[in-house]
Ligand binder design. Structure first.
Ligand code: ADP
Ligand code: MG
Length: 466
């Protein structure tokens, strides 16, 4: 399979709507390479040997697999994840719990050495759906008969190479034997040397093998932070746009008043910008999104609420005009850029009073963010940031039997446009929107008004230049 054929959106997976919604809320929108390759197999219950670099998102791949199969009404242990160390087990358990938030009452228990057995035994007696632990401690519980692995459906060996390197092989063998034969086994590893292959062959049943090359995750976001006085934010946005000149930008503000004000200020400077906020009529909202999607609007200014659940295609840049108070919202915002093969740009403006929210982002990532001085930005050559297209609206649609081909025909025929001057076409029941090269749009409008489409006259106009 080539890169292009691999589906990248989580929404393409056969997962429950609740689980998908939660992934989206957590800011997981586009799968990493290992997820995109492994999840279709994992969800088909195949056994798997997956090899991918550290940081490539293996945890989420198996967490989704486990939770997809899980029956919350059955309090027996249904999934077991073996990790080499307590720290890793804690991290994995944390991630599984986050992903499990879509359902009530999924219990995830960590069982590692270095903590007393007593409380662990008590927790086991209360029942747990998922166990994450180190092989040594799980083995201890087995020998005390305080754990019952006979209901395990999914067994995960995470960082198998490290577990082997730490001499856990015998424990793992014993644990595997205590699990039912009818189960799914997933082995994740950064490396997969031959001796490990031999040793683990008996654990897996006709496994699929995946190896993701380093760098296959072209999906990357470059993040820059700028400190700016609260009252200079709007000017700073214009500055960022002039410097980076992204073709499409989603700018987030915390209030809808600020959205409107910023969009108006940008337009006054000749930058093509529209404000998306909760007060818009449905029709205006749809029209605005069409304009953004078809490249008739360069900057969409939105509140988090207004942008939620929107199917906005990948944008070149996300600008956080205010820092989000909630790190998950921040991650969610910047997840809108850097999809597919492009490198996204996430630019955050931070007023001195918002430093505390940046601290939360840093704590979440366990790494400092990168600060840059606004003064270093230089406007790139060229005029103000205008969208390349303009939208032609035709007050007729599917009900009038208009199809995209008819519109292309009329535009390349009577209006004399070439195909490159015609962009995306959206046909609705009673309205069509056609993106046209902004320099050719006025001429196209006149010709269509004179000659009609398929011999029929329809009301049409150009949407106000954003
Ligand atoms: P690995 O186990 O492969 O070393 P992790 O599972 O620990 O990597 O993931 C590394 C980081 O990537 C985590 O912070 C995780 O939240 C993040 N991550 C994983 N999948 C995605 C995704 N699809 N989109 C965005 N971030 C992701
Ligand atoms: Mg890992």
């Amino acid at each position: 399979m080539t890169q292009q054929e691999i589906q990248r959106d989580f929404s393409t997976l056969p997962l429950s709507p609740a689980l998908l919604r939660n992934l989206d809320r957590l800011g997981y929108r586009v799968m990493t390479a290992i997820q995109a390759h492994s999840l279709p197999l994992i969800l088909k219950q195949r056994d798997l040997i997956a090899q991918a670099d550290t940081g490539s998102g293996k945890t989420l791949a198996f967490a989704i697999g486990i939770l997809h199969r899980l029956d919350p009404t059955d309090f027996g242990i249904q999934a077991l994840v073996l990790c080499p160390t307590r720290e890793l087990a804690d991290q994995v358990a944390k991630e599984v719990r986050r992903v499990a938030r879509f359902a009530d009452n999924i219990k995830v228990l960590t069982l590692c050495g270095g903590t007393p057995m007593g409380p662990q035994i008590a927790s086991l007696e209360h029942g747990a759906h998922v166990i994450v632990g180190t092989p040594g401690r799980i083995q201890d519980h087995m020998s005390r008969k305080s754990i019952d692995l006979s209901g395990v459906r999914t067994l995960v060996l995470d960082e198998a190479d490290r577990m082997a390197g730490m001499g856990f092989f015998d424990e793992i063998k014993g644990i595997v034997r205590a699990c039912p034969k009818q189960r799914q086994t997933l082995l994740f590893s950064a490396t997969y040397p031959d001796d490990m292959k031999m040793a683990s062959a008996a654990f897996l049943d006709r496994p699929e093998e995946l190896k993701i090359a380093a760098g296959e995750d072209a999906t990357r976001v470059e993040e820059y932070f700028y400190e700016v006085a609260h009252e200079k934010r709007n000017a700073a946005v214009a500055h960022l746009l002039a410097h980076f000149r992204p073709e499409s930008t989603l700018a987030f503000c915390n209030t809808r008043i600020h959205c409107r004000e910023l969009a108006a200020e940008l337009r006054a400077q000749g930058i093509s910008a529209l404000a998306l906020h909760g007060e818009l009529e449905q029709r205006d909202r749809d029209e605005l999104l069409v304009q953004f999607a078809n490249r008739s609007c360069a900057v969409l200014v939105a509140t988090d609420v207004a942008a939620r659940g929107l199917d906005i295609r990948t944008v070149d840049a996300v600008i956080n005009v205010d820092v989000a108070k909630d790190t998950e919202i921040h991650i969610h915002r910047i997840g809108r850029t850097g999809r597919g093969d492009t490198i996204g740009l996430a630019l955050s403006l931070c007023a001195p009073s918002e430093r505390k929210w940046v601290k939360l982002i840093e704590a979440w990532r366990r790494a400092p963010v990168n600060w840059f001085p606004l003064a270093d930005l230089t406007p790139a050559a060229g005029s103000a940031l205008q969208a390349p297209m303009t939208t032609l609206r035709i007050l007729a649609g599917r009900r009038d039997k208009l199809r995209p081909g008819d519109l292309v025909g009329a535009l390349t025929g009577v209006a004399g446009l070439n195909k490159e001057q015609i962009g995306r076409i959206d046909v609705f029941d009673e309205t069509c929107y056609v993106a046209l090269d902004r320099h050719a749009a006025a001429r196209a409008l006149r010709s269509l008004a004179d000659a009609g489409i398929k011999g029929r006259r329809f009301r049409l106009n150009l949407l106000e230049q954003a």
